[in-house]
Design a binder for this molecule. Structure first.
Ligand code: EPU
Length: 418
């Protein structure tokens, strides 16, 4: 197994090109199943969650290839409707194939998805919505057997939680359902709009994405399209956090300030200069940062839960106390115990973490607990004195494309070793 070895204390300088958004690419890849032909998706991040999506598409009968961040999916021969337990367990997004399979085959068989352990992650909202759309869904021996004998029908779905995954799953399934589907209390994340834009490029009739009410009027079929995935706002927040505490002058090419409206003010509060322009975002920092006050995670446009670990890692060396309140997931502070090994002063009570900044972190052997928690450890290790090793980096590689190369290009001393 590989691990990252990081000699901390180097300033970061230069330009890094932002990868495409994982959380856009994954639902878009699932949706290619409906396009009955060759879809071309550019700016796909080269990460293991994309590999897992392509493996699922291949298992369903698609022909897939990836070269230089462009994925080609030919779904014209996709005739299977069952995903194996091992493929389902690879990532959370595998559940987004449920809507796509029901739309294409009128049936689907799969088990509950895997993915980062952030507390309970049920899929009841997905299931309830498909039942309302006419699917019969039964659980047999741990597998969900889903059949929509007469095809899916449009309906109104009131989501009790503005779930990103459920909104995406319903949107995909509704594109070719009979009649109109209205999603109330829909998620508003930029990745929802990206999926809607892709589906529209394939001929879908969708309006209201980016607001709390999305309407999808079913069309007969979708056609293939060529599409560019938006940049990854959480990876941007990761580079910003690292630059803030290491100090230096970093330009994140491709970062979109509109996607980071609740994140960029945090870096200004830390005392960094944040300079967005039409091509990206520049951050300049002395490396000595101020405390953040209270950060509360919320649905978009609120502060993203996925950026909570990397900002928390940065605030470990802030001048004063910062408080993080996690409102989306019930258990998203598992990584904190690793930061404490480095001398960070953090106390967690249920969904609240109190971080008392210390002047310096020290190196340690660390185990990534999940994707963003692993990224938080990398950031802390880039700042810490001495040499840290980060293990279980398969979690990090699910969402970050060549993280060691990106930081190394900025002047960090970081290597991947076997
Ligand atoms: N929820 C339910 N029932 C459901 C679905 C969700 O109770 O059927 C709850 C969840 O347990 C959670 C809340 O609703 O407490 C929000 O979950 P949501 O469905 O919005 O999350 P998701 O679709 O599973 C996506 C991202 C996550 C990101 C969340 C929130 C993808 C592939 N994943 O997950 O990304 O944290 O939205 O923004 O899009 C990451 O990239 O590291 C990551 C975890």
């Amino acid at each position: 197994m590989s691990h990252l070895t990081i000699h901390g204390g180097k300033k970061l300088n230069g330009t890094v090109t932002l990868q495409g958004a994982k959380n856009s690419a994954l639902p878009i890849l699932a949706a290619t199943l409906l396009a009955n032909g060759e879809s071309i998706i550019h700016n796909c991040p080269d990460i293991t969650d994309v590999d897992a999506s392509l493996a699922i598409l291949c298992s369903l009968g698609c022909k897939c290839s990836m070269s230089d961040n462009t994925v080609t999916v030919d779904s014209s021969s996709a005739d299977k409707y069952s995903i194996s337990d091992s493929l389902m367990s690879e990532m959370r997004s595998s559940v987004i194939f449920l809507g796509a399979m029901l739309a294409v085959n009128r049936k689907a068989e799969l088990c509950a998805p895997g993915g980062c352990e952030l507390g309970l992650r049920p899929i009841n909202l997905h299931i309830d919505a498909f039942r309302r759309m006419g699917a019969d869904i039964k659980e047999q021996h741990g597998r969900l057997i889903c059949v929509a004998e007469n095809g899916l029908c449009g309906t109104t779905v009131d989501l009790p939680v503005a779930s990103v995954g459920a909104t995406e799953n319903i949107m995909i399934a509704a594109t070719t359902a009979k009649g109109d589907t209205v999603i109330r209390n829909a998620a508003k994340e930029p990745e929802i709009c990206d999926l809607a834009n892709y589906l529209r490029a394939c001929g879908a009739n969708i309006s209201g994405d980016g607001t709390t009410v999305i309407t999808i009027s079913g069309v007969k079929s979708l056609h293939p399209a060529e599409y560019n995935v938006i940049p990854d706002r959480i990876v941007a927040a990761t580079f910003l956090s690292a630059a803030a505490i290491c100090g230096g002058d970093v330009y994140i090419s491709g970062a979109n300030e509109n996607h980071l409206i609740s994140v960029l003010p945090c870096f200004e509060q830390m005392g960094c200069a944040v300079i967005p322009d039409s091509g990206g975002i520049r951050i300049k920092s002395s490396g000595n940062i101020s405390r953040l006050g209270t950060v509360r995670t919320a649905e978009y446009p609120g502060f993203p839960t996925d950026a909570q670990p990397v900002l928390l890692a940065a605030s470990c060396v802030a001048n004063g106390t910062s408080i993080f309140v996690e409102n989306i997931f019930s258990n998203r502070f598992r990584y904190v115990s690793e930061l404490i090994k480095m001398g960070a002063r953090i106390s967690v009570l249920e969904r609240v973490a109190v971080v008392d900044g210390v002047p310096m972190l020290t190196s340690a052997k660390l185990n990534a607990t999940d994707l963003r928690g692993g990224a938080a450890m990398v950031i802390a290790a880039l700042k810490a004195s001495g040499v840290s090793d980060v293990y279980s980096i398969e979690h990090i590689e699910r969402g970050y494309e060549n993280i060691e190369q990106s930081f190394s290009n900025l002047g960090a001393d970081i290597k991947k070793e076997s």
